[in-house]
Design a protein around this ligand. Sequence first.
Ligand SMILES: Cc1ncc(COP(=O)(O)O)c(C=O)c1O
Length: 388
Amino acid sequence: MKRIYLDYAATTPTDPEVARVMSLYLTDRFGNPSSTYSYGQEAKGTIEEARVQVAELIGARDDEIVFTSGGTEADNFAVKGVAFANENKGNHLITTSIEHHAVIETCRFLGGKGFRVTYLPVDEYGLVDPGDVKRAVTNKTILISVMHASNEMGTIEPIAEIGKIAKERGIPFHTDAVQTVGHIPVDVNKLEVDLLTMSAHKLYGPKGIGALYIRKGTKLVPFMHGGEQERRRRAGTENVPGNAGLGRAAELAQQEISEEMERLTYLRDKLIKGILEGIDHTHLNGPPSRRLPNNVNVTFDFVEGESIVLNLDLEGICASTGSACSSSSLESSHVLLAMGLSPEQAHGSLRLTLGKWTTEEMIEQVLDVLPRIIGKLRAISPLLRNHR
Ligand SMILES: Cc1ncc(COP(=O)(O)O)c(C=O)c1O
């Protein structure tokens, strides 16, 4: 059976060109970048080239990029790093109720260490109101962290507006842009952010490598202590193949972004229309247009998302019920609950995320299979029986 992969928000396949570049640094060019002989210097050069490639994708300077082990580490580094560096100024952090666990759990951790955290609400589309951010700021606020786009329903947040508020008040502003870098234009100056998280495996690069953009002058405590790598901000021998892979992935993304955005928006809208028109008692989660070009998130009343995912898998289609990180637990998505969905509705949600290798034929196949699956599950659904 030929598989149809529709879970690109969970992870993307590594682009074969990225894998080719990486393999050079696993075998021939294996040097430690800290070594002074040529093998080492060659590896160091590769890291610096990757830093430039990543910086160019987000409109940053290369010395503002610190490589990390992924999005989770970059989020931890940003939030803890700024909080601990500014403890003498205040103890108040502002974030939202729909952040990825990497930010929410870090804030909860800090909440147990004497920091006070405001978790802002969102509207029914998952949008944060910049007015709420403004009202939440106090003279003790030392960090604002709002994600660029939701990994669950693709809502694109008003980051530039929030950036202005943060700048006016002189508060460091972090955004988790794991789902947007490489998928929609991201420019750290237009967004007015001081810190930005990205992860390679969401943009056709490898897992286990990411980066944190740190605007020059932003104070934060180093994440790892040890050697002098990454300008003493993140010690440890560098992941040279990973860096080279992220760099090449960033370069490819820059070349492909406009065409891919247009192609995926067309496929996304075709999928949404087909589902909403073809299956009754179905609702789109998240905004109709202010959403990532590759994200479809729908709730099917009277059925559980988990059963849909299992049945799709039997047909060779990979999808998810929510964020990859929480989909193995049966708890309702905190994001959908924050948007006002009932636990039953949140359980009935299905996320389909598209990418580079998604074709129109695949979308048509899903639109053919899905009504049958939903019909079959509703026929045996106790939720539907109780509703009648
Ligand atoms: C919005 C967001 N932030 C952070 C992460 C964590 O990134 P990583 O898997 O590289 O640790 C993810 C991954 O699902 C994500 O979607």
